[in-house]
Design a protein around this ligand. Sequence first.
Ligand SMILES: [Mg+2]
Length: 371
Amino acid sequence: MKIKQIEVFAIHLPLIKPFIISYATYPHISSIIVKLTTECGQIGWGESVPDEHITGETPASTYALIKNTLAPLMIGKNPMEFEKIHDLMDKTVKRAPAAKAAIDIACFDVVGKKLGVPVYQLIGGRYHEKFPVTHVLSIGAPEQMADEAEEKVNEGYTSFKMKVGVNIADDVNRIKAVRERVGEEIAIRVDVNQGWENSANTLSALRHLEDLGIDWLEQPVDQNDIDGMVEIKSKSSIPQMIDEGIKDMKDMREIIAKRAADKVNIKLMKCGGIYPAMKLANMAEMAGIECQVGSMVESSIGSAAGFHVAFSKKIMKSVELTGPLKFSKDIGDLKESYQIPFIQLNERPGLGVTVDESILAELTQQSNIIE
Ligand SMILES: [Mg+2]
């Protein structure tokens, strides 16, 4: 099997509501879609949703890198040779994990379709039958976040991820308001997205949060401050998750060596796709660090890829891939797999996503064909 053609599309995915986190507000999500065609006519879909705050990649740089460098590099290559494909990409371009993820995901999709099996069968087989779907609460006024949480509990949700990280006093009020409103049975995770900046601020915030039954606190400090995480973890009873601070194997080695986290949030866009994500999961497993698969708010394609990783590994304890629920229009049909409060994958080959090419055309800002 050889790759014959790669088509690349820059698209805007329209959000139902703007997505607000500590470092950015998103009116829509900019995504790069890859359509890979083999000589035998099989089609595989991939996606890149870069986040310049984390990997330094922008939508424009990612589009250019795929179009000018990675896609031409892949023509004539065998998409089944994942190790070789990543080695070739890594030798040609340092880092740029989101761009590489689009190629990686398209290769897994096309190989799964060729063999007639879901992607999870290529990476260990399905271990989990289903995962709870967590609702993400964007940063807002405490009462507003509590209102939204109450609404979602009534819809059947049993867990929330609260986005905070503006200032500590307001953030503590936000978390207290949501906890008071939803009661003690509902799971609450708190994601600071680096907003508390350092360990001193974080430890002062944690003094107010110890009794609120928080499952875990995610990335309170700067992504490069692994030593700050070590200090927080040693002084707090709330489990600590690293997100922005874990991108590649080098980061994971440091986290393991310093015992800097109880959990890590693995995202395909930070590490380069399905294949590198499995390597990170294996490293975490060896060190007894629990994993979550998260996302950059991706369409059905990127979200499905993340789910295949999550469903195939025992060490994966939670998922946060809610992109398809956040868009008013999506290019794929993964939304059908969300049966709130659970997500369950279908058994179709490859990613198991059917792409609607008329919606893709409608959302496309720019496209190119490489062959
Ligand atoms: Mg996070």
